[in-house]
Ligand binder design. Structure first.
Ligand code: 4FV
Length: 243
């Protein structure tokens, strides 16, 4: 899988792409990430990439020309690929989006800076917009890294064989169950006996129950659409006040 990234700071990706699971995927050639410096597409002696906002206001806005020419240049350098702008105005990035991007041969990511990009970049060169959360970053680079990491780890061969993205948080639309490892007792806290029982059915049931409980209490909105299993529906029924 190829990620082409347009950014003012390609150096921000160096260690991310040389470390741990992403680093291994790049070394194995499963993942290819090519960073393009937006300033390389800026004209003039000073290769300016930003300017003051029309209509006044604080901060600077990224100029359309370097971005649109940069995106067109990158588009031609590989198979057809969606051009995705990272911004707070984008569609929320969720696990389902990561699965979708992991199916692509190539994805082009555009990292904004300053107050954002000139609106004509969206009109002329962007296919879709993604947000990694309702907060404001100083730049789209960290958002791009999150999108690359969450998507690339779903590409076969990126995660170790012992890891499956199929049984983890959000895989069944629920939060993950509590995890434990050695020691059995720590600070007077013991590992739940069921996990030491070797009874895989009981362990699976306990984990499912824990996921439901945790999701119900921490992220009830995630429950919508997940059909509560028999025992959960019965329990909800018991709780529901009799009209
Ligand atoms: C962002 C987000 C984000 C906005 C102004 C970069 C910053 C600056 N990107 N999800 N949240 N971007 O805050 O994707 O240009």
């Amino acid at each position: 899988m190829i990620f082409d990234i347009l950014t003012l700071f390609p150096e921000m990706f160096t260690s991310f792409l040389a470390t741990s699971i992403m680093g291994r995927a790049v070394r194995r050639g499963i993942l290819q990430v090519r960073c393009y410096a937006i300033r390389d597409f800026a004209k003039g002696k000073h290769r300016v990439t930003d300017d003051v906002p029309y209509g006044g206001g604080s901060g600077m806005v990224m100029k359309p020309e370097p971005l649109v020419e940069g995106i067109r240049f990158v588009r031609e350098r590989g198979p057809e690929a969606p051009v995705i702008l990272l911004s707070p105005q984008g569609v929320p990035f969720v696990q389902k989006t990561a699965w979708e991007l992991a199916q692509q041969a190539r994805v082009i990511l555009v990292c904004g800076r300053y107050e954002g990009v000139d609106e004509r970049v969206r009109l002329l060169a962007v296919d879709r917009e993604i947000s990694v959360g309702d907060f404001v970053l100083t730049g789209g680079e960290l958002a791009a890294m999150a999108v690359v990491d969450a998507s690339a780890r779903l590409v076969p061969g990126v995660l170790g064989d012992d890891q499956s993205p199929l049984e983890e948080t959000f895989s069944a639309g629920l939060l993950e169950y509590p995890q434990y490892t050695r020691p059995r007792e720590y600070m007077q806290h013991h590992v739940p006996d069921v996990l030491l029982s070797g009874d895989h059915k009981r362990i699976a049931d306990w984990r499912r129950q824990q996921s439901l409980e945790r999701t119900r209490t921490r992220r009830p909105e995630l429950m919508d659409g997940t059909a509560p299993p028999e025992e959960e529906r019965k329990r909800l029924d018991e709780e529901r006040p009799r009209s």
